[in-house]
Design a protein around this ligand. Structure first.
Ligand code: UGA
Length: 429
């Protein structure tokens, strides 16, 4: 089985490696020469634990190759579309990269193809992809377009790729659906075979629901602060009910990343386009946007004037085990502190401070200890293990003032208080 994976970003590279591991001959295609050269050398272009050894293994075994040759379409019967689908300024999804790929497939097609859309796209996109392919065909050749959305979590991609909770396949024909299903035969999990529009909706509805769970807990956390209740214990108590579940109830400074913010916005934009009110989702976004400000209010209340105060920021990435800074709440926290004239000392185990944030008033340090030295306060923005399990007892001596603001509610509040810290979480105590 020859499979072409177009787009070798996060989803594309992981999909190519997974399919190769499952026994297919896979070619990853990208127009970015630098990226392809790195992948050919067995180097990932992003940080993802455990994925690079698999990439090297599949390259060595000869199941996986990478190319920049756009003509590769012709030599493959199955084509996965894994290109980016960023947000436009109005929240709708920019499908221009998907369209380009679809048109190229149409132009180059000289034999029947099975096209699989892995990129996250709004409901209705599969129909448009079919049309874009058809419009560019020079002669009528049969093809199928199947929706097969991705549910990988950054930082857990290897586990999620081989142990998905479900596989969703949206196809107009039973035969094409079965063909895609066969690719994942070795994976044991529930499979939902449905139509393409439903498959596309399942992906959006899932991400939006998880985002809603987070915003719900974040909003409740503010009330918990008022009534002196721990939102973490509330979440624990709620989570034992299997109808609720424990996951995604962790309150903090809000969700980030390349998926939740973009997908919720896209769903809202689709609702607006179809004159369908999605009030709950609107509130999900509002709570998320104001959540880091809620923490900032606490910081200002405790520290007073921020000008000239040295503040240590622990964690930049939008979550642990990734170097991804897209929509990371830490960046919003940093911007606001800089506006108030604070002096920032930042640390992250893998993520680097973006170029546009490199100012004299902000400095990155290689160790946690150097970051904390002389700080008037610490703000934990990402729950990396090194922070959660850190040596807070000896770190106390490094600080000028012992203020700790736990933006992820992951530190042991009572222990920190007993060590002499002034601890503030978000609805945590
Ligand atoms: C998310 C989904 O979990 C994946 O299933 C999906 O495939 C992916 O989007 C995608 O659409 O490609 P990801 O963005 O990697 O995956 O990250 P999550 O682990 O879902 O976390 C998202 C954000 O929510 C992070 O900022 C995290 O810190 C935050 N979060 C998560 C909370 O604030 N509280 C929680 O309880 C859980």
């Amino acid at each position: 089985m020859n499979i072409l994976v177009i787009g070798t970003g996060y989803v594309g590279a992981t999909t190519a490696i997974l399919l190769a591991k499952l026994g297919a001959n896979v070619t990853g295609l990208d127009l970015d020469e630098g990226k392809i050269k790195q992948l050919q050398d067995g180097i990932l272009t992003f940080y993802e634990p455990g994925l690079e050894p698999l990439l090297q293994e599949q390259l060595q075994e000869g199941h996986l190759t990478f190319t920049t040759n756009a003509m590769a379409v012709e030599q493959h019967e199955i084509i996965f579309i894994c290109v980016g689908t960023p947000s436009r300024y109005d929240g709708s999804t920019d499908l221009s990269a998907v369209r380009k790929v679809a048109e190229r497939i149409g132009q180059q097609m000289s034999s029947p193809k099975l096209v699989v859309i892995k990129s996250t796209v709004p409901p209705g996109t599969q129909k448009r992809v079919k049309r874009w392919i058809q419009e560019k065909q020079t002669k009528p050749i049969s093809f199928d377009v199947v929706s097969n959305p991705e549910f990988l979590r950054e930082g857990n991609a290897v586990y999620d790729a081989f142990h998905p909770d479900r596989i969703i396949i949206g196809s107009d024909t039973e035969a094409a659906g079965k063909q895609v299903h066969a690719l994942f035969n070795a994976i044991d999990c529930p499979v939902v075979l449905t139509n393409p529009q439903t498959a596309e909706m399942i992906k959006y509805a899932s991400n939006a629901f998880l985002a809603a769970k987070i915003s719900y807990m974040n909003e409740l956390a503010r009330l918990c602060d008022e009534i002196e209740v721990s939102v973490t214990t509330v979440a624990e108590g709620m989570g034992y009910d299997p109808r609720i579940g424990r996951s995604f109830l962790q309150a903090g400074i809000g969700y980030g990343g390349s998926c939740f913010p973009k997908d919720v916005r896209s769903l809202l934009s689709l609702g607006a386009e179809l004159d369908t009110e999605l009030g709950i989702l609107k509130r999900v976004v509002e709570v998320n946007h104001s959540q880091y400000r809620y923490l900032m209010k606490k910081v200002k209340r405790k520290l007073g004037l921020l000008r000239g105060k040295r503040i240590a920021i622990l964690g930049l990435s939008f979550k642990p085990e990734t170097d991804d800074l897209r929509e990371a709440p830490a960046l919003a926290v940093i911007s606001e502190l800089m506006e108030h004239g604070a002096l920032l000392k930042v640390h992250d185990p893998v993520a680097k401070l973006p170029r546009e944030m490199q100012f004299p008033s902000i400095k990155s340090f290689p160790t946690i200890e150097e970051t904390l030295l002389g700080a008037h306060a610490v703000i934990l923005c990402t729950e990396w293990k090194a922070y959660v399990e850190g040596d807070w007892e000896s770190w106390r001596r490094l600080l000028t003032e012992p203020y700790v603001f736990d933006g992820r509610n992951v530190l042991n509040a009572s222990r920190l208080k007993s060590l002499g810290y002034h601890y503030e979480g978000i609805g945590a105590r």
